[in-house]
Ligand binder design. Structure first.
Ligand code: ADP
Ligand code: MG
Length: 240
């Protein structure tokens, strides 16, 4: 218990430090990016190629910084009714190119039940994108990742299942620990950010995994009053 308290205090201080650092670095980086984009438009040949690469790395740095900022304090700026089906469909479309690049099939089995949550849409997306990205990255060419959505006992149940490399018990126990990564270019931030956001939404996350078989991540998330299990998405659209 005492350890837990100490650990969370330490995490908060680390988070604050990371956030102020990320914030300070992000501004000059934005300026650098702007000038690089200008040069990118005007240069040709090798220089154009170099700038394409440099810009993609600046983009990566920006993503890492925003993960740090988000880890320290997930910002719920705009609270609105979000339809789980809609958000998940968008995420699947967004990550399809990443899956296709790795030769992984990404499929969605999304219930048409009218399931909504009142939250910040971008945060919800971010939380699920991080977990789905991990599933895709853990899966070999020819493998499969599926995302399902169902309503159960007044909650939304989202399952992300992959038949990728899976994890040992020891690896599983380290998931969600800040900076834990097994990837060459990983940051060990993605899962922490997702867990923090989902916690903020009063949701819960469960992992089950078997080495060389795959992993299943189950998210239990609240549904808002607007959700009505008997009303389908189709009917809602007709009524508009
Ligand atoms: P990163 O993706 O930068 O490594 P994450 O916090 O997103 O950081 O993930 C931490 C680690 O958890 C990964 O490096 C990987 O070892 C493990 N992991 C997460 N999801 C899965 C999964 N679906 N299958 C196998 N390993 C996973
Ligand atoms: Mg990740």
């Amino acid at each position: 218990m005492r350890d837990d308290i100490l650990r969370s205090e330490k995490l908060n201080t680390m988070g604050e430090l990371a956030a102020s650092f990320a914030h300070e670095v992000r501004n000059p980086l934005t300026v650098v990016k702007g000038f690089m984009q200008l040069m990118h438009q005007n240069e040709t040949g090798k220089n154009h190629e170099y700038l394409t690469l440099a810009l993609s790395e600046v983009g990566r740095a920006e993503m890492i910084l925003s993960d740090y900022l988000n880890f320290a304090k997930p910002q719920f700026h705009k609270i609105e009714e979000c339809c789980y089906h809609e958000v998940l469909s968008e995420i699947i479309a967004l990550l399809n190119p990443l899956a296709a690049k790795g030769g992984v099939t990404l499929e969605g089995n999304l219930s048409k039940e009218n399931l909504h949550i009142e939250t910040d849409r971008n945060q919800l997306k971010q939380a699920i994108v991080n977990l789905l990205k991990n599933a895709i990255e853990a899966t070999k060419e020819g493998g499969m990742v599926s995302v399902s959505l169902n309503g159960k006992d007044g909650q939304a149940v989202i399952e992300i299942t992959d038949n990728g490399r899976g994890m040992t018990q020891e690896q599983l126990s380290r998931i969600g620990t800040l900076f834990y990564t097994t990837k060459e270019r990983g940051t060990g931030l993605g899962t922490c950010v997702s867990l923090r956001i989902i916690n903020e939404m009063d949701g819960r996350v469960f992992y089950s995994s078997e080495l060389d078989k795959g992993t299943k991540v189950t998210l239990l998330l609240p549904v808002s009053k607007m959700s009505c299990p008997n009303q389908t998405q189709g009917m809602l659209q007709v009524a508009k």
